[in-house]
Design a binder for this molecule. Structure first.
Ligand SMILES: *Cc1c(COP(=O)(O)O)cnc(C)c1O
Length: 370
C-alpha cells in the first residue's frame, strides 16, 4: 500500500545533512553555545532576507510575540485585536503579557483578519493589532496599517507560518511595526528544535527585545529591566543559517504542489479551494482544503495511506484554556466553521508532484462515494 506522510522532516533535513553536520561540528568546536557569532550571523542574514534593520533571535515563536508586546509596554488593562481563527499561540502571547486578546472574525475567503470588522472591536483600551499570515498567506496589511494609523495602534505580525511570503512585493515580517517568527521544525524555515525571531525596523523596540530575551540585560550582570530567558541558541542559529538559502526554492516547490492541487480541485462543487488574494504570494505552510464532509474525507484518505492534519480542530475561544473568557459556541461562527471543515493536505519541499497527484485523485475518489 502507498503511504504518503503529511510531512517527512527527515527527508527535508537529509537534503542539507552534510552542511548541518558541518554546522554542528563548528559550534561544538567553538565551545560557545549561547549568544555568540552564530546567532549574530543568522540575525544579520535573516534581517537582510526579510528586508528590515533588525532581527533578534529568541527561544520560539510564542516568545517572539510575547516579548514584542512586553517591549511595547502592553500589559494589564490593555486589549489586543487577534484573529478568531488562529493557532492558540497568538492568543497566549497576549495573555502572557497580561493583556486581553479581542477576537475578530476573518475574511471568509482568505481566512485572515478581516479589516472591515476591526474598527467595531476597538475600545479606548486597544493598544495593538495582531494579524496572523495564516497558512502562509499575507494578511491584508495595507488596510490594517491604515486603521492602526487612525487610532494610534501598533501592528504586530504573527509571521510564524509565512517565511518568504510577500505582500505587494514586501516580505512578511517587514510590513507592520514588528513581527514574530517561529522556526519550529515543521515551519517553512525550521530549526532542529525550538527557535524564533523578532524582526523590526524600530531601533528602540529591537534594543528592548534584545534585553528582554536575556534577563533584561545587555551587559553581563547589569539588569536594566525584568527580563526573561528566551534566547536563540548558537546551534539552532547555525542550522538555520544552513537552511535559509534554500527557503525560496523550497517555497517554490510548495507552490507547485499547491497549484497542482488547486487545478485538480477547482471544478469540484464539493470542495472549497484556498483563495489567494491579489498582489500577494502564498508560501503554503499549509494547503487548507475545505469540505463539509471533512471527517469522512480524512478517514477515507487515511485508509488510502494518506496522512492529513486539521489546522485547527478548535478555535482558541472554544479551547478549555480560554473557557474563562466565557465565549459560547457560535460566538465566532466563521472561525468555528473553518475548524469544522478544514483539512490540511500533505505538502512539503520534498513531496513529489506525483504524490500530490495521488493525493488529489484520492480526494476525487472520495467525492464519488458521496
Ligand atoms: C507555530 C506558530 C506559533 C508559535 O510558534 P512556536 O515556535 O511553536 O512557539 C505562533 N503562531 C502561529 C500562527 C504558529 O503557526
Amino acid at each position: 500500500m502507498i503511504r504518503i506522510p503529511y510531512l517527512d522532516l527527515k527527508a527535508v533535513n537529509a537534503e542539507v545533512q552534510a552542511k548541518l553536520d558541518q554546522a554542528y561540528a563548528r559550534v561544538l568546536d567553538s565551545g560557545w553555545f549561547i549568544l555568540g557569532r552564530e546567532v549574530r550571523a543568522f540575525e544579520e542574514a535573516f534581517a537582510a532576507y526579510v528586508g528590515v534593520k533588525h532581527c533578534v533571535g529568541v527561544g520560539n515563536g510564542l516568545e517572539a510575540l510575547h516579548l514584542i508586546l512586553r517591549a511595547y509596554g502592553i500589559g494589564a488593562g490593555d486589549e489586543v485585536i487577534v484573529p478568531s481563527n488562529t493557532y492558540i499561540a497568538t492568543w497566549l502571547a497576549v495573555t502572557y503579557a497580561g493583556a486581553r486578546p479581542i477576537p475578530v472574525e476573518p475574511d471568509p475567503r482568505t481566512y485572515n483578519l478581516d479589516p472591515a470588522r476591526i474598527e467595531m472591536a476597538l475600545t479606548e483600551r486597544t493598544r495593538a493589532l495582531l494579524p496572523v499570515h495564516l497558512y502562509g498567506q499575507p494578511a491584508a496589511v495595507e488596510p490594517i496599517m491604515a486603521i492602526a494609523d487612525r487610532h494610534d495602534l501598533v501592528v504586530i505580525e504573527d509571521a510564524a507560518q509565512a517565511h518568504g511570503a510577500r505582500y505587494q512585493g514586501h516580505m512578511c515580517g517587514s510590513l507592520g511595526h514588528a513581527a514574530g517568527f517561529s522556526f519550529y521544525p515543521g515551519k517553512n524555515l525550521g530549526a532542529l528544535g525550538d527557535a524564533g525571531a523578532v524582526t523590526t525596523n524600530d531601533d528602540v523596540l529591537a534594543e528592548a527585545v534584545r534585553s528582554l530575551r536575556n534577563y533584561g540585560s545587555q551587559k553581563k550582570y547589569e539588569n536594566e529591566r525584568l527580563g526573561f530567558n528566551s534566547r536563540l541558541d548558537e546551534l539552532q542559529a547555525a542550522f538555520l543559517s544552513v537552511k535559509l538559502p534554500y527557503l525560496e526554492q523550497w517555497n517554490r516547490h510548495r507552490q507547485a504542489i499547491a497549484d497542482r492541487y488547486t487545478e485538480i480541485f477547482s471544478k469540484e462543487p464539493g470542495l472549497i479551494v484556498p483563495y489567494v488574494a491579489e498582489r500577494s504570494s502564498h508560501v503554503w505552510h499549509i494547503y487548507p482544503l475545505r469540505c463539509t464532509r471533512r471527517d469522512a474525507l480524512q478517514a477515507y484518505l487515511a485508509r488510502e495511506g494518506i496522512e492529513t492534519l486539521i489546522h485547527y480542530p478548535h478555535p482558541p475561544h472554544r479551547s478549555e484554556a480560554y473557557a474563562f473568557s466565557g465565549y459560547p459556541e457560535g460566538a465566532f461562527p466563521l472561525a468555528e466553521e473553518i475548524a469544522e471543515t478544514e483539512l490540511s493536505l500533505p505538502i512539503s519541499p520534498v513531496m513529489s508532484l506525483n504524490d500530490a497527484e495521488v493525493v488529489a485523485q484520492a480526494v476525487i475518489g472520495f467525492l464519488k462515494t458521496g
